[in-house]
Write a protein that binds this ligand. Structure first.
Ligand code: NAD
Ligand code: MG
Length: 389
C-alpha cells in the first residue's frame, strides 16, 4: 500500500487527488492532509481517510479544526511550522497542491524526506527552480509534474533521449477573454475572469489563465523542470484544450499528448507512476471533436508571456519577483482595487524596479528559502506601494 499525503487537500487539485484515492480502495493509505480556511472539508476528509495528522494553515482556526475532528483521535496542528510537519510525516508520495509561493517551504520539506513529490504548485519552480531541483537531488527525491502540460511533456519523453529534443510546445486555451475586444479588457469583472472556458480549477489559476500569467509561469516551469533553453519553448493558443503539449524531436517528429480537460488524468498519472491505472476520465471521440485549432498568441492581449521571457533571460531572483508581483497584483484585482489590465502593467514595473535593486556579486544570485522569502516580501510591498500611489 502506498502511503500518501496531500498539501492543499481542500483545493481543486487536492479534492481531485482524494477522488482518485477513494476510487482505488486498498491501494493507498493517507498519512497527512493540509488545508486553509475550509475546516469542515479538511476534517471530513481527515476522518474519512483516517489520517494521522490534519493541518490548517491558519493558526486562528486550530480550535475549529480540533472541534471538527471531535473524538476521531486524529492529531491537529496549525500554522507554517505545522505545514512543514505535515510534509515531514513519512510518506511514499506527497502531492504539493498549495496555491502560491506558500507551497515552497512545505514542498522543500517533502523533498527533504527523499519522497516522490507530485508537483502541482508551479510557483515553487518559478520562484526557486534551482533550489527545488538541488534539494531533490541531494535527498534522492523525485519530482513528478502534475500541471497538465508538463505531465504531457513528461509522458511524451518516456523512453526518449532528452538530447534529441528540439522544442516543446505548450498549449493555452486563451482563457475567459480570448475573444473579447482588447479595449474591453480594462473593465472586465472578477466574476467574468473567474470563468474558464474549458477547465474547472481554483479561482486564482482561472484568473491567471485569462491573463495568461498561468502560461507564463508554465513556460518558466518547463524550463526549470526539463532543463531546455527558453528559445526551445513555444506557446500556442488551442481553444479546445485537447492537445495539452507536444514535444518536437531533432528528426522532425512531434509527439502530442491528447486528452479531455480533466486534471484527474495528470494527477492519476503521477499517483500511479510508473504504472498506469484505469482513470475515470472521458474517452475522447475525435470524430465528434472534428477539428483542432492552433494559433500564435497575440502579445498585445497577453503581455505576461513576454514578461516570462524577460524573467528567463534575467535569471537570479527574477522568478521570485515575477511570481510575487503577480500574486500581489492578483490579490488587488480580486479585491477590486485595480482593473484586469493593470496586473500585467504592475508586474512589468516591479520586474524593472525591483530587479534593479538586486546587487549581483553580493550572494543575491544564490537562491535559498531565506532569499526567496526576502525578495517575495520586498516585491509584495513594492506592489502595494504602486497600487496605493
Ligand atoms: P485552490 O485554490 O483550489 O486550492 C489551494 C489549496 O491551498 C487549498 O487547500 C487551500 O486551503 C490551500 N492554501 C491556500 N493558501 C494557503 C497558504 N497560504 N498556506 C497553506 N495553504 C494554503 O487551488 P488549485 O486550483 O487546487 O491549485 C493548487 C496548485 O495547483 C496551484 O499552484 C495551481 O497553480 C496548481 N495547478 C492547479 C490546476 C487545477 O486544475 N486546479 C492545474 C494545474 C496546476
Ligand atoms: Mg497547466
Amino acid at each position: 500500500m502506498r502511503r500518501v499525503s496531500i498539501l492543499g487537500a481542500t483545493g481543486s487539485i487536492g479534492q481531485n487527488t482524494l477522488d482518485l484515492i477513494r476510487r482505488a480502495p486498498g491501494a493507498f493509505q493517507v498519512a497527512a492532509l493540509t488545508g486553509g480556511q475550509n475546516i469542515a472539508q479538511l476534517a471530513k476528509d481527515a476522518v474519512e481517510f483516517q489520517v494521522e495528522l490534519a493541518v490548517t494553515a491558519d493558526p486562528a482556526r486550530l480550535e475549529d479544526l480540533r472541534a471538527a475532528l471531535g473524538s476521531s483521535g486524529i492529531s491537529a496542528a496549525a500554522g507554517e511550522a505545522a505545514l512543514i510537519e505535515a510534509a515531514e510525516v513519512p510518506s511514499d508520495w506527497i502531492m504539493s497542491a498549495i496555491v502560491g509561493v506558500a507551497g515552497l517551504a512545505p514542498g522543500l520539506a517533502a523533498l527533504g524526506q527523499g519522497t516522490t513529490l507530485a508537483l502541482a504548485n508551479k510557483e515553487s519552480l518559478v520562484a526557486a527552480g534551482p533550489l527545488m531541483m538541488a534539494t531533490a537531488a541531494a535527498h534522492g527525491a523525485r519530482i513528478l509534474p502534475v500541471d497538465s502540460e508538463h505531465s504531457a511533456i513528461f509522458q511524451a519523453l518516456v523512453g526518449e533521449d532528452a538530447r534529441a529534443v528540439d522544442r516543446i510546445v505548450i498549449t493555452a486555451s486563451g482563457g475567459a477573454f480570448r475573444d473579447r475586444p482588447l479595449a474591453d479588457l480594462a473593465h472586465v469583472t472578477v466574476a467574468e475572469a473567474s470563468e474558464h472556458p474549458n477547465w474547472e480549477m481554483g479561482q486564482r489559476i482561472t484568473i491567471d489563465s485569462a491573463s495568461m500569467f498561468n502560461k507564463a509561469l508554465e513556460v518558466i516551469e518547463a524550463k526549470e523542470f526539463f532543463g531546455v533553453h527558453p528559445d526551445q519553448i513555444e506557446v500556442l493558443v488551442h481553444p479546445q484544450s485537447t492537445v495539452h503539449a507536444l514535444v518536437g524531436f531533432v528528426d522532425g517528429a512531434l509527439m502530442a499528448h491528447v486528452g479531455p480537460p480533466d486534471m484527474r488524468h495528470a494527477i492519476g498519472y503521477a499517483l500511479n507512476w510508473p504504472h498506469r491505472r484505469a482513470l475515470p476520465v472521458e474517452r475522447l471521440d475525435l470524430a465528434a471533436l472534428g477539428r483542432l485549432d492552433f494559433a500564435h498568441p497575440d502579445p498585445a492581449r497577453y503581455p505576461a508571456l513576454g514578461l516570462a521571457r524577460q524573467v528567463m533571460e534575467a535569471g537570479g531572483h527574477s522568478g521570485v519577483i515575477f511570481n510575487a508581483a503577480k500574486e500581489r497584483a492578483l490579490d488587488h484585482f480580486i479585491a477590486g482595487r485595480i482593473g484586469f489590465s493593470r496586473m500585467s502593467a504592475l508586474v512589468a514595473q516591479a520586474l524593472d524596479e525591483v530587479c534593479d535593486t538586486q546587487t549581483p556579486g553580493s550572494g543575491c544570485d544564490t537562491i535559498t528559502l531565506e532569499s526567496v522569502r526576502r525578495w517575495d516580501h520586498f516585491t509584495r510591498q513594492h506592489i502595494d506601494r504602486l497600487v496605493a500611489a
